[in-house]
Design a protein around this ligand. Structure first.
Ligand SMILES: C[S@@+](CC[C@H](N)C(=O)[O-])C[C@H]1O[C@@H](n2cnc3c(N)ncnc32)[C@H](O)[C@@H]1O
Length: 210
């Protein structure tokens, strides 16, 4: 199922989509990615949302544990606040600087960085407690991990920017936009899901005030 959130003027669309299994994979994801290009979007990045624990298994294929996250833009995204991760080694080390003609490596003392930009494969736990601890959200069948929404919101927008989720389901994106001081709008075709989102966001608002 696709998911979408956007920021106007130099913003990005994040489209999260997995394939249905219908005998084999439908490749809906690929078709949608190509369609976005045809209608003038730049495929800024193809990221992977990897699920740490997935109950979905196939008898004759490896267990699928990911969906695509297409990051679409028109021109270069205006905002990129990269998420950092710790490097395996940091501090001062003697590092190869320049290989000389005689084959001898010149070494110099250099400081290794403590952190580096995260890769574009993002891994999240799913299910109650992983996706969210809001029980009400599970009235929706396809809730996103809150952290996934928050990570994209922080990456591509700044505080006070507008986050728009036109297929907001249980309201994950709206909730995380609110908690990250962004303005937000959520829409869903289903009245039932829109009501779930409304209740969930109201509850979050109450918790913020206490
Ligand atoms: C994958 S779910 C979104 C889940 C959401 N990210 C969450 O965490 O709860 C996709 C949602 O899109 C909604 N939807 C499908 N077609 C739509 C349309 N044409 N306009 C608005 N919403 C639509 C569905 O009702 C569904 O709730």
């Amino acid at each position: 199922m696709p998911e979408f959130h956007a920021r106007a003027h130099g913003g990005v669309v994040v489209w999260v989509v997995g394939d249905k299994i219908n005998g084999g994979r439908t490749l809906t994801s690929f078709r949608q990615g190509l369609f976005f290009q045809q209608i003038g979007f730049q495929m800024h990045d193809v990221m992977i949302y990897q699920k740490k624990n997935t109950p979905f298994m196939r008898k004759n294929a490896y267990t699928n544990c990911y969906e695509f996250m297409f990051v679409l833009s028109k021109g270069s995204p205006k905002t990129f606040n990269p998420i950092k991760t710790e490097t395996a080694r940091s501090g001062f080390e003697m590092l190869t600087h320049n290989k000389l003609a005689d084959g001898v490596n010149k070494k110099i003392r250099k400081e290794l960085k403590k952190e580096k930009t995260k890769t574009n494969i993002w891994q999240y736990a799913v299910g109650l407690g992983g996706t969210t601890s809001d029980k009400i959200a599970f009235q929706h069948p396809a809730v996103f991990p809150e952290k996934l929404a928050a990570d994209h919101i922080r990456s591509w927008t700044n505080p006070a920017d507008l986050v728009f989720d036109p297929m907001c389901g249980s309201g994950t994106t709206c909730k995380m936009a609110m908690l990250n001081d962004r303005r937000w709008i959520g829409v869903d075709i289903s009245k039932e899901y829109a009501e779930v989102a409304r209740q969930r966001i109201k509850e979050t608002g109450k918790q913020l005030q206490t």
